[in-house]
Design a binder for this molecule. Structure first.
Ligand SMILES: [Zn+2]
Length: 74
């Protein structure tokens, strides 16, 4: 069973917060370090998906003299 043992020693960097996280079956949030990091990543992904088409339709609906302000935080 040497093969299985090698896997349990793998340590990776969490793509969310850069903390070290175990990349094995005991870490069910892999490749993230915790449930919080995993959830935040999903939220980010969803906002990116739905944010883009929304901004495009908003611009078309507004008359030229009422240009909406770009209040995105970057
Ligand atoms: Zn993390």
């Amino acid at each position: 069973m040497t093969g299985a043992q090698a896997i349990t020693n793998r340590i990776i960097r969490c793509p969310r917060c850069s903390k070290s996280a175990r990349y094995d079956i005991t870490n069910k949030f892999r490749p993230f370090c915790s449930a919080r990091c995993k959830d935040e990543d999903i939220v980010d992904w969803a906002e990116e998906r739905y944010g883009i088409p929304d901004a495009l339709t908003e611009q078309e609906d507004f008359p030229l003299e009422l240009t909406p302000q770009d209040d995105r935080k970057s």
